[in-house]
Design a protein around this ligand. Structure first.
Ligand code: COA
Length: 208
């Protein structure tokens, strides 16, 4: 695995918590700056192998995660090759075994229904062992509860939970959500974030 020169471990002495961007080697996975992953079961550096599942290059589907997201231990992203096609009369993935059934190798992707990319905004918190299914888009500031299975898009600044995940509540009133979406603090440079850090953590939008 080739790891870039960027900082991997944000916390001194803690190798269970990493910035994901510098450890990603797959060009179909894009992670924004400062997005962190914590894993106390496996080495978090193996995120691509242990957490991004059924993600075969032949399908060209992508995992895109924004900046300043927090991803808890065991969260999983389940991609297209997990979806045995429902267009066939059988759920058995015959196109995968093209040699055995006289099928054409070039049609191997017909074994699966391609539901598309998983796209996650900025400042999203994904709880312990949550599962995000292919094709799902999650808006900025959303929170995914522990062990949720997310099968549908999640609106910005919305908390969802359960199987299948349903909205629990909005994090803020609509006017605050609008302001946060227009401020896009996650695009500020590090210096500005340092300067504004107390205001950002205050819970008072007027301070920002
Ligand atoms: C989703 C979560 C953020 C909600 O926090 P909260 O707003 O304080 O929630 P509350 O405890 O007040 O619960 C609100 C409702 O959501 C439900 N709920 C809470 N967490 C839930 C979950 N993970 N799945 C399904 N429902 C959940 C509660 O049962 C309650 O339902 P009710 O209104 O019908 O009684 C939190 O419960 C959670 O799952 N956090 C993730 C923790 C985690 O995985 N951390 C990993 C380390 S970073």
């Amino acid at each position: 695995m080739s790891i870039s020169e960027e900082k991997i471990y944000p916390r001194t002495g803690d190798t269970q918590t990493i910035y994901l961007k510098p450890v990603i080697t797959n060009s179909n996975i894009k992670i924004g700056d400062y997005t962190m992953y914590n894993d106390f079961v496996n080495d978090p550096i193996n995120f691509e192998i242990n957490n991004v599942l059924y993600h075969y290059p032949i399908n060209h589907d992508k995992l895109i995660i924004g900046k300043f997201c927090s991803i808890a231990c065991g969260a999983k992203f389940v991609f297209t090759s997990a979806n045995h096609t429902l267009k066939s009369l059988s759920s058995y993935p015959f196109p995968l075994f093209w040699e055995e059934y006289g099928l054409e190798q070039k049609n191997v992707t017909q074994a699966w229904d391609n539901k598309g990319d998983i796209i996650i905004g900025n400042d999203v918190w994904i709880g312990y062992e949550a599962v995000i299914m292919s094709g799902v888009h999650i808006g900025n500031g959303a929170i995914i509860g522990a062990r949720a299975v997310v099968t549908k898009d999640v609106e910005p600044y919305t908390i969802v939970g359960g199987v299948p995940a349903k909205p629990i509540k909005k994090r803020f009133h609509d006017d605050i959500i609008k302001k946060l979406q227009s401020i896009c603090w996650w695009n500020w440079d590090k210096e500005k974030i340092r300067k504004k850090i107390n205001d950002l953590m205050s819970g008072n939008i007027d301070k920002l």
